[in-house]
Design a protein around this ligand. Structure first.
Ligand SMILES: Nc1ncnc2c1ncn2[C@@H]1O[C@H](COP(=O)(O)OP(=O)(O)O)[C@@H](O)[C@H]1O
Ligand SMILES: CC(=O)N[C@@H](CCC(=O)OP(=O)(O)O)C(=O)O
Length: 263
């Protein structure tokens, strides 16, 4: 059985239709693919921080995270955001099971190089595949929140696109990055295929900016380490996940340049 990492962005998790979760259930039962879900929830964290009158600050797409912020990040991501997705999967007839990167040391991380500026933000150093394998072989669909542990088991905040990339590398699996736009856009149109070189250019000219930057960077990091491809797609378009596994053109496909030449 093969694996597919599905990253659900916080921009879209509140709006994903029932059919999205039914697609995930079908991946397992009809296509014999093991889906592993990694989710974000940045906007939901920001909303609760606002209610608590704590300011949200980002540096190059990473949330500046102090002790009070990590408490809220963990509460939202490993709590409400995670359980919302698990419940939706259960309603679609799938065996969703929620985990944070802390559970069973699923995601171990170290502070990012820039930690003087961003605080308790981590980069993943290892993934506990054996825990996931136990669940996958019992037909569970893991739903993972991007809070990891450091070597002393303290929580670190991880960008969800980077968490998905770490899972993708651990399972040599493609990622579907599910977000609120139909793919990487240029002048109002979706770019169907994009390479690292084009991505670098679009970041430099500002065509790719904001939340799309960590997404394409995580995608490039994966394909450079041997993952076949990453696709960026809209979660609101019906049956996008099924179309992807049927090789129908969908969203923006990120691959190494030479592989588009071969295709
Ligand atoms: N070239 C681009 N194409 C599409 N979206 C872009 C582009 N540049 C910036 N964006 C922004 O990136 C956002 C997606 O990133 P983000 O909000 O972090 O999503 P998620 O929560 O799904 O990870 C889009 O809603 C859009 O505003
Ligand atoms: C370090 C860092 O920035 N962590 C993110 C984790 C959530 C996330 O990435 O959510 P989206 O996918 O919805 O953006 C944050 O605190 O917002």
């Amino acid at each position: 059985m093969s694996y597919l990492i599905i990253k659900c962005g916080g921009s879209i998790t509140d709006k994903l239709p029932d059919s999205f979760y039914r697609n995930i259930a079908a991946l397992k039962t009809e296509f014999h693919i093991n889906p592993i879900i990694v989710h974000g929830g940045g906007p939901q964290v920001t909303t609760l921080l606002e209610k608590l009158q704590i300011e949200s600050k980002f540096i190059e797409g990473l949330r500046v995270t102090n002790e009070s912020v990590i408490e809220v990040v963990e509460m939202v991501l490993s709590g409400t955001a995670n359980k919302q997705i698990v419940r939706n999967l259960l309603s679609a007839g799938a065996k969703g099971i929620g985990l944070s990167g802390c559970d069973g040391k699923l995601l171990q991380a170290k502070l990012v190089d820039d930690h003087q500026k961003v605080g308790l933000v981590g980069e993943i150093v290892s993934v506990n595949n054996s825990l996931l394998d136990l669940l996958l072989c019992q037909s569970y669909i893991p739903v993972i929140s991007p809070v990891a542990v450091d070597e002393t088991n303290k929580p670190l905040n991880i960008n969800a696109d980077e968490a998905a990339a770490a899972l993708s590398k651990a399972y040599h699996a493609p990622i579907c990055m599910v977000t609120d736009v139909p793919g990487v856009m240029k002048e109002g149109n979706v770019i169907p295929k994009i390479t690292k070189k084009e991505i670098d250019g679009y970041i430099n000219t500002g065509i790719i900016h904001g939340g799309m930057v960590p997404k394409v960077k995580a995608a490039v990091a994966c394909i450079q380490q041997g993952v076949k491809e990453v696709v960026i797609m809209n979660g609101l378009e019906e049956d996008n996940l099924i179309k992807y596994v049927r090789n129908e053109p969908i969203g923006t496909l990120v691959r190494l340049e030479e592989e588009f030449v071969d295709a």
